[in-house]
Design a protein around this ligand. Sequence first.
Ligand code: DOR
Ligand code: ZN
Length: 349
Amino acid sequence: MPISFKKITIIKPDDWHVHLREKNILKTVINYTTSFYQRAIIMPNLCNPIVNCKQSIYYRNKILKAQNNNKKFQPLMTCYLTEFTSPKELEVGFSKNFFTAGKLYPSYSTTNSEKGIKNIKNIYSLLEIMEKIGMPLLIHGEETESTIDIFDRETKFIDNTLDPLRNTFPYLKIVLEHITTKESVDYVVDSNSPYLAATITPHHLMLNRNDMLVNGIKPYFYCLPILKRKIHQIALRNAIASGNKSFFLGSDTAPHYDKNKINTTGCAGIFNAPSSLLAYITVFEEMNALKYFQAFCSENGPKFYNMPLNKEKITLVRKPSQVIKRIKIGKNIITPFLAGQILNWSINI
Ligand code: DOR
Ligand code: ZN
């Protein structure tokens, strides 16, 4: 990877965790992802979730039609797992590339997760098939029992659900998505397994819960899993700076209209597609870890998913750029992560 003081050229990255929504939102947000990223894992938590091959093909076509700036962009579709998912649907979908992975949302853990999993044991037969065919399981790792404090939900999930699951299915490929705690970092590092990886978002690298809650509540920083204490943010930053190959890029870009975020019950989700890559490089530079930037963005993910590295390159220049302030969709507005801020880096497209 050619690195100089002023610019970095890396293999074009992929985003292994993206929410694109539908209709007007899809048409507007997609070009941000496709201008920086070559492939993206598409989350299936639409209002009417993607639970079968037919829906997946339809949604994939909508995505491809909506974008107009990257002919080679590949949306990698995922199947929203329910307690009624048929093993056949998964098998056929995976073998025909209609699905790249299956997504586990614990029921009521986040946006549109109501139809998710109430009891993990109810999908053990699906997990058995996925282990057999090598289909990755992507996990929103939070316990949802009301008695568990929201700040402890990820850690409890590891003890109560993930660890027993991995003991039962040791060869099931798992991505613990958008990890937020030191315990998750340690769990992934200590497992040191080719079957376990984790994605890390730009916002969990840049922020901790004080940023969200001190000096006025910041609804634009509200996401799930929720931002944690600074010690956890530091653990995530150290994880990427260590160059450990089990961690890779998954932005969890999750657009919501402002009117739904600034509300009595505001939605969880941070729309970071316009700024994600620049936010990541900012953190890598702060951590003096630019030598691992390409691996995190463009190598560790494809290697975990057994996919080729992208052939294209992208150049990031150390020249200030301003993040777009707001995005209008009809009468609605979406405010991106770091809106209006000046970052030290720009992208040469
Ligand atoms: O903050 C989040 N927003 N976390 C998720 O898990 C889902 C996402 C969304 O779909 O809005
Ligand atoms: Zn997500």
